[in-house]
Design a protein around this ligand. Structure first.
Ligand code: CAA
Length: 281
């Protein structure tokens, strides 16, 4: 496996592109508009410059990594890749239509992976004629820092495809963990109800946002409190994952907190919009 296309140049997609290029893969970074791709490459370049300034990377290494990245706004460029990792918006209709298109464009050996944080891999795979070659490859944010890649087997995912992706994750210096295809997989089935409960705790006036975050940081040694983490992930993403859990299991324990819905309706999406539980300049 040499050539990889990453779809989506946002926070997750650009992070995935960065770690792939750092591990020697030729990477095509694709998005709908040139400005989105340019922004993604600028972010990667800034991250690499930080590493150069810390003495963890040389200027030559940085240049070599950047030279392995090519921009794309034409999905037909997927014709030359061995692996696609999709990190577009969390919307089943959009993902299904993207995978159906990729199925037509890419050679039959190409593996189609999704970085979805909770949507069913089996349903995404059903939009293609190669469900055996569709798999979940769920990276954590910030991708260059976090060790985990949750690898999700859809109902039809072939063993050979699983092994190839597991090896690929190790080549990125990540630790792959195998999980089956159930709502929220393992990471978000456990993380999101905790975040949702923290929001209920605020909603019910049990404590201030700072106090809730301090309890979890200082009492449980979490690197970030749950409300800060929710802002970091994006409140729209948190809500969409809670809805996937609620619909998928039909259990009221996954009901999204009304305060979370209110913030999303207000456009308070967390760090990316400048305001969530906290304000960001
Ligand atoms: N991109 C790249 N590198 C970053 C970064 C970013 N956005 N943010 C921080 N870093 C790097 C820093 O450069 C620094 O690198 P060095 O060790 O090489 O110097 C290192 O991370 C530590 O950063 P800081 O010292 O600035 O800050 P910190 O020690 O507070 O760590 C953190 C920052 C790694 C984000 C830490 O707060 C943390 O681990 N937070 C929790 C993150 C988490 O839970 N992520 C999972 C979210 S859930 C998810 O992603 C899945 C989903 O589906 C929703």
């Amino acid at each position: 496996m040499n050539r990889v296309m990453i779809i989506g140049a946002g926070q997750m997609g650009s992070g995935i592109a960065q770690v792939c290029a750092m591990s020697g893969y030729e990477v095509i970074l694709h998005d709908l508009k040139q400005e989105f791709v340019d922004q993604g490459i600028t972010n990667i370049s800034k991250n690499l410059t930080r590493q150069v300034n810390k003495g963890k990377l040389t200027e030559q290494e940085k240049a070599a990594i950047l030279s392995r990245l090519s921009p794309s706004i034409d999905l037909q460029n997927a014709i030359s890749v061995d692996l696609v990792i999709e990190a577009a918006v969390e919307n089943m209709e959009i993902k299904a239509s993207l995978f159906a298109e990729l199925d037509k464009i890419t050679p039959f050996h190409t593996i189609l992976a999704s970085n979805t944080s909770s949507l069913p891999i089996t349903e995404i795979a059903a939009a293609t004629k190669r469900p055996g070659k569709v798999i979940g490859m769920h990276f954590m944010n910030p991708v260059p820092v976090m060790k985990l890649v949750e690898i999700i087997r859809g109902l039809a995912t072939e063993d050979e495809v699983y092994r190839t992706i597991e090896k690929m994750a190790v080549s990125l210096k990540k630790v792959p963990v195998e999980v089956n295809d159930f709502p929220g997989f393992v990471s978000n089935r456990i993380l999101m109800p905790m975040i949702n409960e923290a929001i209920y705790t605020l909603y019910e006036g049990v404590a201030s946002k700072e106090a809730i975050d301090d309890v979890m940081k200082l009492g449980m040694n979490h690197p970030m409190g749950p409300l800060t983490l929710a802002d970091f992930i994006g409140l729209d993403t948190c809500l969409s994952i809670m809805e996937t859990l609620h619909n998928g299991f039909g259990d009221d324990k996954y009901r999204p907190c009304p305060l979370l819905r209110k913030y999303v309706k207000a456009g308070w999406l967390g760090k990316k919009s400048g305001r969530g539980f906290y304000e960001y300049s």
